[in-house]
Design a binder for this molecule. Structure first.
Ligand SMILES: *Cc1c(COP(=O)(O)O)cnc(C)c1O
Length: 458
């Protein structure tokens, strides 16, 4: 087979800034060894997130110029509405400025004390928006999804038995909605099968509970279905998307992922009464229903992005470039979550540097070393991000996994950038015995990973 190439040529370029190792050492000290506090200008390859970091196409930029900025009824809204509806098939399409704004509106209406909202795995903003209303966010991920070293095609699947038991245990009246996140971001970007979505819907129908998709990476999920699930090889990605959404009563979406834009989101749904309530809230918090917190030009860019993201040459390149980085790492013996997911590679820090215990933040150690060695920015997803302290003893309670996430922005980096990333990683892996543990010298009471400061332990 021939090399899968970037399915675009480059018309506009943005220089990246090279720094020396000495400079990076100083920068890292000034940032308190926290990559969130490094200026983006001091980063050579930025793999902090795939959210809002996509490169827009020439047609999207043309759409930006063509955006209609009318307060009400702008033509850009109608183009946006038609583009979303083509994929979701839903009656009511409500623009929001990000995914979390769609979540905030939906759960303000459906959530509340005593309610439970199951999901394969809630993303952190989804969980936060649910819990903010007093409801409980519950993860019911299939067992295999919890084992980073085991390979399976659909590690994002919902545990259907657990879902049905959960509904019976808590009572139908206390479960206003079931969600499925495609792909499962918090679980390594692993896909959910069509069969699993369909069977989740069957359970929901049995108990008359609506099913919503957290659809941020719906196109990547659809491509995995086409490649891996029997009966879908000859269907187009658009048809697969339409079938996925046909099982859902609605969806929340961050357009910063699979709509290939830098800002935006939406809520898509079929229930008229719920849509009315959402729109009323939208007017208070986001804006009039035909712009909902976005400019007309943003709506144009989303509409165009949704057309481009289901292109199969794009998706082949997208999924392959993530897998390509994963393969290079596995060939070098670097432990990662297997198989590679859609949007990111996750290094298993516990197996990478077993000599550094969780309370010395092994993920943070790798993150710092990647920056020092090659100017690459990644993010710790482990004891820094999710660690809590035991109330009585003050001891650190660590999450089950210590990971480093390298998220791949869409259409931004070429194969040689990714080759470089792999070379830096392999160099760091060779010198893994020299890596140091870290201690926290400052932390905020909540969401500490954004602002914490660290020092290496000598
Ligand atoms: C990014 C993301 C969100 C939140 O979207 P924002 O646009 O960042 O507010 C929700 N769910 C998932 C799965 C995400 O990846």
């Amino acid at each position: 087979m021939k090399t899968i190439i970037e399915p675009f040529r480059i018309k506009s370029v943005e220089p990246i800034r090279f720094t020396t190792r000495d400079e990076r050492e100083k920068i890292l000290v000034e940032a308190g060894y926290n990559p969130f506090l490094i200026h983006a200008d001091d980063v050579l390859i930025d793999l902090l997130t795939d959210s809002g970091t996509s490169a827009m196409s020439s047609k999207q930029w043309a759409g930006v110029m063509d955006g209609d900025e009318s307060y009400a009824g702008s033509k850009s809204f109608y183009r946006f509405e038609a583009a979303v509806r083509k994929i979701t098939g839903d009656k009511f399409i409500i623009p929001t400025h990000q995914g979390r704004a769609a979540e905030k509106i939906l759960f303000s209406i459906l959530g509340g004390e005593g309610k439970y909202i199951p999901n394969n795995t809630h993303f952190d903003t989804t969980r936060a928006n649910i819990e903010f209303t007093g409801a409980e966010a519950v993860d019911l991920l299939n067992e295999i999804g919890k084992h980073p070293e085991q390979r399976a095609d659909f590690k994002g699947n919902m545990d259907l038995d657990a879902l049905e038991n959960f509904i019976q245990e808590k009572g139908v009246d206390n479960i206003p909605v079931v969600m499925i996140t495609i792909t499962n971001n918090s679980g390594g970007g692993q896909p959910v099968s069509m069969q699993n979505i369909r069977e989740t819907k069957e359970i929901c129908d049995k108990y008359k509970i609506p099913l919503f998709l957290d659809a941020c990476r719906f196109a990547e999920n659809a491509y995995f279905i086409k490649k891996r699930e029997e009966g879908y090889q000859d269907k187009s990605v658009l048809e697969i998307c339409q079938e996925m959404f046909s099982y859902a009563d609605g969806a929340t979406m961050s357009a910063k992922k699979d709509a290939l834009v830098n800002i935006g989101g939406f809520l898509s749904l079929n229930d008229e009464e719920l849509a009315m309530k959402c729109r009323n809230l939208l007017i208070v918090t986001e804006g009039f229903p035909t712009y909902g917190g976005l400019a007309g030009r943003d709506l144009e860019a989303v509409a165009q992005g949704l057309e481009e993201v289901v292109d199969e040459h794009y998706l082949e390149y997208r999924i392959r470039s993530t897998e390509y980085l994963g393969e290079k790492m596995l060939n070098a013996g670097i432990p990662i979550i297997e198989p590679p997911g859609g949007h990111a590679i996750y290094i298993d820090a516990k197996r990478f540097i077993p000599q550094i215990p969780p309370n010395q933040y092994p993920g943070q150690s790798i993150v710092c070393e990647l920056y020092l060695e090659g100017g690459i920015r990644s993010v710790e997803i482990g004891s820094v991000m999710f660690g809590k302290y035991h109330k009585a003893t003050g001891e650190l309670i660590s999450p089950p996994m210590e990971l480093v996430r390298m998220a791949i922005p869409r259409r931004v980096y070429t194969q040689s950038h990714i080759d470089y990333v792999a070379e830096v990683l392999i160099e760091v892996f060779k010198n893994k015995d020299k890596l140091k543990g870290y201690k926290i010298t400052y932390e905020a009471p909540m969401l500490r990973h954004f602002t914490a400061k660290f020092e290496p332990i000598n």
